[in-house]
Write a protein that binds this ligand. Structure first.
Ligand SMILES: *Cc1c(COP(=O)(O)O)cnc(C)c1O
Length: 361
């Protein structure tokens, strides 16, 4: 959900049979709004679940709580007892495997805040199982995001599979293995891109350790589903040159697409109108926000574009709008769903009036 939580997108995915991985009560309310029935296919992750969020999830009868600490297990047990609602839980284990991704989106090492050290997990299952409302039902893992080397997925799954087997040997009915998300996409459109091949290797790496266990495998790919499906359209406002450095100032900014500023992320940028024999030039593509860190591309060799032209920033469907903010009092853009020749507005443009509404003078 956190990659893209637009209601129309959620409904589309629900119709295709997807469930959802949520990290807040707000996301659960979005699921309910998009498709009421789907609540039984929801997995609740996150290190800081609040009591009212747990209550909402218990009342909704979600599929699985991914518990991330002993304190959270205690709170879940207390709330389940209070509401007399049973809950299936998994412990999110921290498998202590390294991944080659940006440090901000790597989660599977012991120094990260996520999960429970895999060696301590069994004890937590036992504690949870002491409560009559809590059912140990799965083992979860999520090692990070934008991971393109499949080896760490396999390593993590080795640990998950052996934990699941030993929990079963203790008599717990472990049916789910939640492999998390994290499968990377190719932001740089080089010719050797082959996502299908990579997805196959990913599947192989996950399935090998699970062979013969008869587990229900849950997958939570966010970026891989929605990333390549979205583009951010932006218009060139000005061209300017400072001491030989060429800037293309566009009307989108870090508040609309934070990834370049936050992670130094790369997004392909192309002019919307195809035009033969365009020259190229090296430019910084920057937005109007008052931060030097407000850029969409730096020192990028780009087809030469003119003021007033429309550009497409590609692969913006994941962690684009969902990370957007109103910094500099900038209303967030509209979202449009394109399906072949069909075009539908799925979120209208925000107005300044709406931004100011919750404030008083
Ligand atoms: C962010 C997150 C995902 C999705 O990650 P992607 O890299 O977008 O596939 C899945 N599961 C959990 C627990 C997450 O925090």
């Amino acid at each position: 959900m956190k990659a893209n939580s637009n209601l129309s997108i959620l409904r589309l995915l629900a119709r295709l049979g997807a469930g959802f991985d949520i990290v807040s009560g707000g996301e659960l309310q979005r699921v309910a709004e998009a498709s009421g029935k789907i609540k039984s296919k929801v997995v609740f992750s996150g290190v800081g679940k609040l009591s009212p969020e747990i209550d909402l999830a218990l009342r909704s009868g979600i599929m699985l709580f991914n518990v991330e600490s002993a304190s959270e297990m205690e709170l879940l047990a207390a709330r389940a007892t209070h509401l007399r609602k049973s809950a299936s839980f998994a412990v999110r284990v921290n498998p202590d495997v390294a991944t080659e991704t940006h440090p901000y989106i790597s989660t599977g090492l012991h120094q990260h805040k996520f999960g429970v050290p895999w060696r301590d997990a069994a004890a937590l299952y036992r504690r949870g199982a002491e409560n009559r409302y809590l059912k140990p039902s799965g083992v979860s893992v999520h090692i990070g995001s934008q991971i393109t080397d499949v080896a760490p997925f396999g390593e993590a799954m080795d640990r998950v599979a052996s934990l699941a087997s030993s929990l079963r040997a203790e008599g717990y009915d472990i049916r789910f293995v939640d492999a998390g998300g994290g499968l990377g996409i190719q932001y740089e459109h080089t010719p050797e891109v082959n996502f299908a091949k990579q997805a196959k290797q990913y599947a192989k790496a996950l399935l090998k350790p699970l062979k013969g266990l008869g587990m229900h495998l849950l997958l939570e790919p966010g970026r891989a589903i929605v990333g390549p499906a979205g583009a951010l359209l932006t218009r060139v406002i000005y061209r300017k040159r400072n001491n030989g450095k060429q800037f293309v100032v566009v009307d989108a900014a870090m508040n609309d697409l934070l990834r370049p500023s936050l992670y130094g992320a790369y997004h392909e940028i192309v002019p919307v109108v195809l035009q033969k024999d365009r020259a190229t030039e090296t430019v910084d593509v920057v937005g109007p926000v008052c931060e030097s860190g407000d850029f969409l591309a730096r020192d990028r060799e780009l087809l030469t574009v003119q003021e007033g032209e429309l550009l497409a920033i590609l692969d913006a469907g994941a962690y684009g709008m969902s990370l957007a903010s109103n910094y500099n009092s900038r209303p967030r853009p509209a979202e449009v769903l394109v399906d072949g020749k069909r075009v539908r507005l799925i979120r209208r443009r925000e107005s300044i009036r709406e931004l100011l509404a919750p404030e008083s003078t």
